[in-house]
Design a protein around this ligand. Structure first.
Ligand code: NCD
Length: 384
């Protein structure tokens, strides 16, 4: 049976820990794995811009002894002629042994996985999820901080449209980390991410953050996500000296902002002054990149600036992922069955959902969230 990798929630804790360990083994001795996927062929289909994700997947495949075919420019793929994703995938699934897909619409990778006879790996589906970036992020945190359990991680930036944090927030709390999500109003984490944290036994609270006065202007409000067993009992969160283990920064996702949202501004720049604040003195700085203007370049040679080490970790982690999906390493466990689908779901109204853009290929599907609201099974947005 083929095994896709579509969402971080599809992976068991054991899968994630095994991938981190495998990536560590590969990083320690990459040559030992240079024939692991001899003769296998990967297709990368990227219908949105990418530098790191595509090149690190392709480098990973080549370093495992496999080969790669790629369609990296939406303008030169048949999508420019109006071909649907469903049709493209039916063919590419006959050309290669696995597909890595990046697509502008939420739910695209799940649709591709349903139609493809070969494994599909989600390299970013619109503003929804980016599970392989999360695996790279977790691997980086383990290398930088030696553990995940007990870490205190601040997510900072565009948390609404930045897909990396949607996968990361859910994964971190599963592994015992506490997450403080800091963003401008209008750019906070979507409800479905908070629901995911609650569903896994964690808790969520809006907090007023003290200890950052002078940095982010007054007392910012944030969302605190606590792992299972560590309830959030406070409306005011005082950030103590050295409390923050990692600061995960994301750029404003300008390409996903709805028109008319010009008023949204980015949070203050991360620079040396910012990191001199007592809570951040021991914090490593992560960013999925590309950075635009969120992190000052003078920080690059600070030992706490971990974002280029994080990008480099993409190759061994993606070698571990491809090896697991293509049978060179122990396979991933079967994904959880999830909540029962709701029949006769109303159509999804999200314009960036694959169910709205390819309705002929995608049945309307929904599930009931813990609060009883119906959510689209493709993009997770509420249907009412
Ligand atoms: C991110 C993405 O594409 O979501 N980049 C990446 O994959 N490393 C982050 C971003 O584009 O801001």
């Amino acid at each position: 049976m083929k095994r896709d990798l579509i969402a971080i929630g599809d992976l068991s804790d054991r899968d994630i820990l095994r991938l981190i360990a495998q990536a560590g083994d590969i990083a320690a001795d990459p040559k030992a794995f240079s024939r692991a996927l001899d003769g296998a062929l990967l297709a990368t289909l990227f219908l949105e811009p990418s530098t790191r994700t595509r090149l690190s997947f392709e480098a990973a495949m080549l370093r495992l002894g496999g080969r790669v075919i790629t369609s990296a420019d939406p303008k030169t793929s048949s999508a420019a002629k109006g071909e649907t994703l469903a049709d493209s995938i039916r063919m590419i699934g006959a050309y290669a042994d696995a597909i890595v897909l990046r697509h502008p619409h939420a739910g695209a990778a799940r649709l591709a996985a349903r139609l493809s006879p070969v494994p599909v790996v989600n390299a970013g589906d619109g503003g929804h999820e980016h599970p392989t970036q999360t695996l790279v992020d977790l691997f980086t945190l383990v290398r930088e901080k030696g553990k995940l359990d007990g870490l205190f991680v601040v997510l900072y930036g565009d948390l609404r449209f930045g897909r990396t944090t949607h996968s990361l927030a859910r994964a971190l709390t599963r592994f015992g980390a506490t997450v403080l999500a800091l963003s401008e109003p209008g750019l906070h984490l979507p409800d479905y991410v908070l629901d995911g944290v609650r569903q896994a036994g964690g808790s969520v609270a809006d907090v007023e953050v003290s200890g950052l006065e002078g940095l982010v202007g007054g007392r910012p409000r944030g969302t605190l996500l606590a792992p299972p067993g560590r309830a959030v009992g406070t409306a005011t969160l005082f950030l103590a000296p050295d409390q923050v283990d990692a600061l995960y920064v994301t750029r404003l996702q300008k390409e996903r902002l709805p028109s008319g949202s010009g008023g949204l501004r980015a949070l203050p720049l991360i620079d040396r002054v910012f990191l001199e604040a007592a809570p951040f003195r021991r914090a490593v700085v992560l960013h999925p990149l590309p950075r635009v203007d969120e992190i000052h370049r003078t920080l690059d040679d600070d030992p706490r600036a971990a974002y280029f080490r994080q990008a480099a970790a993409g190759v061994p982690m993606r070698m571990a992922i491809l090896g697991a999906v293509l049978g060179a390493f122990p396979p991933l466990e079967a994904p959880p069955t999830g909540p029962a689908p709701v029949l006769d779901a109303p159509p999804c109204g999200e314009s960036a959902c694959i169910a709205a853009t390819e309705p002929h290929a995608v049945p309307a599907e929904a599930f009931a969230a813990p609060d009883g609201r119906l959510r689209c099974a493709w993009c997770e947005h509420p249907l009412d």
